[in-house]
Write a protein that binds this ligand. Structure first.
Ligand code: SAM
Length: 216
């Protein structure tokens, strides 16, 4: 049982919104039950933290819908020895979920105030295997590469070559790819010098802004 408040709301959220929609990875389900989403959301929206939708976190940014967080996490195929890169730290919630499932996570956020928010939220939960970096994630983060997986939590016009170069062989990228309004959730698996795509349906994310993303 989660030691954090509102565990019954999380149990119901996982049962109805996440297991109910076909997420099966038991480690992902356990992390979603454990991590308190409400601490990542400013008032008054924290009251709705276990509802089935994205919510504002300030600076024009959002925390993703719980189901989308669970789906993207499951599609990454996280292993406990993995070194993972996330682009778009936002509130730090997705990073907190991944922190339970992998060895090391680097998460990049382009808006300085949001990077501080993510860092503070992760610190409040005592999470120590996540490094929050302020900067343009479209350029990756060479210092901690190669990565077993890369998760992009903002809408990319395409997957930058810089990121596929920082991915280990056999690694996976999970990202919303498409226009600024709607995108397709895509996974790419690296096999030698090939990237094998799979498509997982429509999603809506805020834009990935940067050198290899959208213009500001
Ligand atoms: N993963 C987040 C969470 O768990 O709350 C949600 C991410 S939010 C939908 C998208 C985030 O991506 C925003 O905070 C935005 O500032 C950030 N972002 C957009 N372009 C970026 C870039 N080039 N590098 C890093 N972060 C970026």
């Amino acid at each position: 049982m989660s030691p954090y408040p509102r565990s019954e709301e999380r149990r119901r959220m996982v049962e109805r919104q996440i297991e109910g929609r076909g997420i099966r990875n038991p480690r992902v389900l356990a992390a979603m039950r454990e991590i308190p989403r409400h601490i990542f959301i400013p008032p008054p929206y924290d009251q709705s933290a276990y509802d089935d939708n994205p919510l504002p976190i300030g600076n024009g940014q959002t925390i993703s819908q719980p189901y989308i967080v669970a789906l993207m996490t499951e599609l990454l195929h996280p292993e406990s020895s993995d070194n993972i890169l996330e682009i778009g730290a936002g509130s730090g919630y997705q990073a907190a979920i991944l922190s339970q499932l992998v060895q090391k996570l680097t998460t990049i956020e382009r808006i300085p105030a949001v990077a501080i928010l993510a860092r503070n939220n992760l610190k409040a939960l005592g999470i120590q295997n996540v490094e929050v970096i302020e900067g343009d994630g479209t350029q990756g983060y060479l210092k901690n590469a190669p990565y077993n997986g890369i998760l992009i939590t903002a809408a990319a016009p395409e997957i930058p070559r810089t990121l596929t170069d920082q991915l280990a062989d056999g690694g996976r990228i999970v990202a919303p790819v498409g226009g600024c309004d709607v995108q397709e959730l895509v996974t790419l698996e690296k096999k030698g010098d090939r990237m094998i795509p799979e498509y997982h349906g429509g999603v809506r994310f805020v834009p990935l802004i940067g050198k290899h993303g959208w213009e500001n």
